[in-house]
Design a protein around this ligand. Sequence first.
Ligand code: GTQ
Length: 352
Amino acid sequence: MSPADETAGNAAERQAFYDRIDKSNMTALWTVLDGLVTPEPRSACRPVGWRFDAIREAMVEAGGLITAREAERRVLVLENPGLRGQSKVTTSLYAGVQLVLPGEVAPAHRHSQTALRLVLEGKGAHTAVDGERVMMSPGDFIITPSMTWHDHGNESDEPIYWLDGLDIPLVQFLDASFAERLGEEEQPVTRPQGDSLARYGGNLLPVDYQPAAASPTSPVFWYPYERSRETLERLSRTQDWDPCHGLRMRFVNPATGGHAMPTIGSFLQLLPKGFETQRYRCTDATVFTCLEGRGRSRIGDETIEWGPRDIFVAPSWAWTSHEAGAESVLFSFSDRPVQEKLGLWREDRGNA
Ligand code: GTQ
């Protein structure tokens, strides 16, 4: 009987072979191939949503249990139900909601992981990135490049909540994590507020700035919502809505035209009241946050209702469509830049 005989008359003999080679750390490819090289993405990541009210309620409790100083970062991790225990919101990305109470400081540290912040509620707290203090207002999008010192503080009289998105699972997968504490609560402030935006985000660049020699992350790390919202508002007047996205823009590194971060793509989209997007799917699992409006999304077999500050996930290759009950703004992030660089990114516009 040939080894490839389909009748598998030698099942016991094969099993004995598998058991034997198992002791030498070997596995027969033909027993696992179907799960490795799949005809299309087969993800453990599930469609899921979190209502912000529920997150806030838990965070208020967390605020009474531990200080930001003791926790280092007082964050509740949003875990995808298909990936519990792994601190993952999608297979490649991490998300959490961070609370800094009035008077608190989250001490300075730095790490290989790139981070984004999207301010959900509260105003007047700050994050310091690479010597510059950024005041945070709702909807502001802030990035922390790999290995830059960052600390957070709240000198206002209200709690501040923001969404953290990091490439933690990606860095973990690559075994490339380094981290250190500064040993002081706050890093020295060496640049005036708004410096990065003025220097790199005003349609001008310093004359000798060489993007190729610079960090792969945008030199602008504060993208105020006021400006982004104004852009959406102006462009909405042209009425050229994309059937799958409404009006969708991406946050950019102004020096290269590339994504703001090398590992995480970040997007902002406007859906007019009553707009129903045509179904769409792509290989980058996407985390959405509603900044304005309300609506519902059909993702795979799930329908997820959302309103301001709610967070929801569309897994890789799951059919997704949005329906806006009011004019709505959605922020989103995904690993799209990584997939693009590797030639893996695909989308399916469902014939739209
Ligand atoms: O604010 O530096 O949610 O290092 C997870 C890890 C936030 C942060 C997180 C972090 C941070």
